[in-house]
Design a protein around this ligand. Structure first.
Ligand SMILES: Nc1ncnc2c1ncn2[C@@H]1O[C@H](COP(=O)(O)OP(=O)(O)O)[C@@H](O)[C@H]1O
Ligand SMILES: [Mg+2]
Length: 297
């Protein structure tokens, strides 16, 4: 680990966690994210039955943890992320971010979270630096400081200083995804929502992005929700995993707990693959990478 991780740690904790602590100042056990009985339906056509995208989902992410949402395409991962980030309204249930209700305290929550989706949108003709500085302005960050932080974050991500001024469209998808994560980190989110951050990346970029997420986890006071359909990624990065199938949580535990479960109860080899097969009745290997059509930034 470097001594000054990403050059932004100084902006991260005090004011943001003060906001976080406002709700219950003495309660250090307030979770980073609390989802309780959340349901979301989409009405697709007037005569058709609504799609039940999220069905009575609950989860609790402790501060500093990484919570994995593991599920096949269409299982509801992105819908859950969009609900937590306030892009969609809840039909039922409630969500709290560091003790703040996402409906009643929308502004406090907005300051605490940031989200990276599988197909992050950029100004493609602009450079990573220009994209990051634009985001910084939207968030009302000091431009000089944002520039310093941006350089540090991009360097940390393996994007050299000489590349930060070239157009994003000239970069590989892996690089672009790293820029997207860098942009999210610039606002020092206390809760970082990563929706399939490595889907569609080549193996090397994937490993680089995963290492970076590990760094963020260990060097920052950031709590992370990560959706993925990569079993190894979930195993490597997550403290807890919820397996989502057709909008429902079908299993939840630590990666080792889940593996123990299939071994002890079902007499199978303790692998996440067997966990997934057992609880969803399907294999994730059938899922085509990058097939998701998300693009909502
Ligand atoms: N805006 C929408 N309108 C209608 N149906 C939607 C919408 N967004 C998602 N869905 C449906 O909700 C279900 C879950 O989708 P999604 O959350 O994107 O899954 P995942 O991210 O796990 O692939 C799917 O059946 C999908 O078709
Ligand atoms: Mg998705």
């Amino acid at each position: 680990m470097t001594a000054t991780p990403l050059g932004q740690s100084r902006t991260l904790t005090p004011d943001r966690l003060a906001v976080a602590a406002q709700a219950r100042p003495l309660d250090a056990t307030v979770p980073a994210l609390l989802v309780e009985g959340v349901t979301k339906r989409f009405v697709v056509a007037r005569r058709k039955k609504p799609v039940l995208a999220i069905d009575d989902v609950s989860l609790r992410l402790e501060r500093g943890g990484v919570f994995g949402i593991l599920g096949a395409n269409g299982s509801g991962k992105s819908t859950l992320i969009r609900l937590v980030s306030g892009l969609l309204t809840l039909d039922e249930g409630r969500v709290e971010v560091f003790g703040h209700d996402i409906v009643r305290e929308e502004m406090a929550v907005k300051r605490l979270i940031n989200r990276v989706s599988v197909d992050a949108a950029f100004f493609k003709k602009l450079s990573p630096m220009e994209n990051l500085l634009f985001a910084a302005r939207l968030y009302g960050l000091d431009a000089g400081r944002a520039r310093e932080d941006a350089i540090a974050i991009l360097e940390r991500l393996g994007i050299a200083r000489k590349r930060v001024d070239r157009p994003v469209e000239q970069m590989s998808r892996g690089m672009q995804q790293k820029v997207a994560i860098a942009r999210a980190l610039l606002t020092s989110p206390a809760l970082l929502l990563l929706d399939e951050p490595t889907t569609g990346l080549d193996p090397r970029s994937k490993l680089e992005v995963q290492s970076f997420i590990e760094d963020v986890k260990t060097t920052h006071d950031a709590s992370i929700v990560l959706t993925t359909h990569d079993l190894d990624e979930a195993d490597r990065l997550c403290d807890r995993i919820s397996v989502l199938n057709d909008g429902r949580v079908v299993a939840e535990d630590s990666p080792s707990g889940l593996k123990r479960l299939v071994a002890d109860i079902h007499g199978q080899e303790p692998t996440l693959h067997n966990v997934f097969m057992t609880y969803t009745g399907r294999s994730l290997d059938d899922d085509v990478e990058g097939e998701s059509d998300d693009n909502d930034d």
